[in-house]
Design a protein around this ligand. Structure first.
Ligand SMILES: Cc1ncc(COP(=O)(O)O)c(C=O)c1O
Length: 390
């Protein structure tokens, strides 16, 4: 695997590359934003997809046992989580899964807790579905984000029905420890709160960190939770749209499957299923090499910031390929920095405030890309910061 090799994604209908100008309203931007990678998927995935394309007939798919087994095998090997294949419910994406679960298991007006700064669609999925957001902001202590358990207990009331956990946490890069999850789960059980555990970044842990699936901790946690997973972040397959929910509790699973039916969400993407099975069956070695490359990229950014831009600080990531960078010490108004990054630096990053109010003054940088691309991005970042400070 040569992750340094550059690939031209322009003209491939990529949101990150071809959609960038439209999204940011600026021309010729250097993209380091939306969460996909600039690497081809593992070769066995490409071959399996080629075989499917060559077959030429793309009718409705049937999900074979081997696809279910690829998931149970992956979760067992990678996360020591033994699941029953009947608990798996397929869906086209984790975002559609969360929205479906909200509809199935809560009522209009119910409160749903999220913990910003967090993946921004969580806000919309609660509010657009006429549920009420209840915020439990993460605390930044000694350079590390923590769950504010005291505040969590304070905001819970009779209307609070659900918590959406992001584990590992996008954008702050935490891989929650078993103790933290245990504490969170205990509070949810005590208060009859269901947990949606979005574990889409589960496979992307750094430097020996271990992801613990929330539902694997105990039968009680499995019973109150729905885990949302997909191979899309892990193997760069987001465009093939295959995700799944793991719902150990029969009653909850029936309700969610019934909601899927109501919304007409039966169909799956034949290419997505093929890619999922090939990735989970043959992609392990590729993933291990990828994570070594991402670890090197983290180091590249960290060293650069320490030597060239000491006033901005990397929040040490434990997982994901998204870096959360603290620019608050620059003392530059965040909108001014945002404008300068786009207009002078021609650099497309995600702005921290889009992940919640307490993300203001931070930027999110996607480093699942070639080192040369990162170096160019860092050069532009330095030019912009030197100029706004100068
Ligand atoms: C935490 C989290 N959940 C969900 C998604 C998107 O999931 P999907 O593309 O399967 O809807 C992302 C993508 O960045 C994410 O970071």
């Amino acid at each position: 695997m040569n992750f340094d090799q550059l690939h031209n994604r322009k003209g491939s209908d990529s949101a990150k590359w071809d959609g960038v100008n439209k999204y940011f309203g600026e021309q010729d931007l250097h993209p380091m934003w939306v969460a996909d990678m600039d690497f081809p998927a593992p070769q066995p995935v490409i071959e399996a997809l080629n075989d499917k394309v060559e077959h030429g007939i793309y009718g409705y798919p049937h999900v074979p046992d081997s696809t279910y087994q690829s998931i149970t095998g992956w979760l067992s090997q990678r996360h020591q989580w033994e699941i029953n294949q009947d608990w798996i419910s397929f869906i086209l994406g984790v975002v559609p899964a969360i929205s479906t679960i909200i509809h199935a298991l809560t009522e209009v007006g119910d409160k749903i807790i999220i913990q910003p700064p967090v993946y921004y669609p969580f806000f919309g999925m609660v509010e657009d579905n006429e549920r009420v957001l209840s915020l439990n902001p993460l605390k930044l202590e000694d350079g590390q984000y923590k769950i504010d358990f005291d505040h969590l207990e304070q905001i819970i009331d009779n209307e609070t029905k659900m918590l959406i956990l992001c584990s590992p946490h996008n954008p702050v890069g935490r891989v929650w420890s078993k103790d933290e999850l245990q504490k969170l789960g205990d509070i949810c059980i005590k208060n009859n709160i269901l947990v949606i555990s979005d574990e889409i970044h589960a496979d992307l842990t750094l430097n020996g960190q271990k992801h613990v699936p929330f539902a694997s901790i105990s039968k009680e946690f499995a019973d109150i939770s729905i885990t949302c997973l997909a191979p899309s972040k892990t193997f760069n397959l987001a465009g093939t749209q295959a995700a799944y929910m793991i719902i150990p509790n029969d009653g909850l699973r029936k309700k969610v499957d019934n909601q899927k039916k109501k919304q007409g969400l039966y169909a799956l993407n034949i290419f997505g299923l093929t890619a999922l099975e090939a990735a989970y069956t043959h992609g392990g070695i590729w993933l291990d090499s990828l994570m070594e490359y991402i670890e090197d990229n983290v180091k590249l950014v960290k060293d650069f910031l320490e030597t060239e831009l000491p006033s901005i600080r990397l929040i040490e990531p434990e997982g994901t390929y998204l870096l959360w960078i603290d620019c608050r010490a620059l003392n530059v108004e965040h909108k001014k920095l945002e404008r300068a990054l786009l207009k002078e630096g021609k650099l497309a990053l995600n702005q921290g405030y889009t992940f919640g109010e307490n993300g203001q003054g931070f930027i999110r940088m996607n480093i699942a890309t070639q080192k040369a691309h990162i170096q160019e991005g860092l050069k532009r970042l330095k030019q912009v910061i030197d100029s706004v400070q100068g």
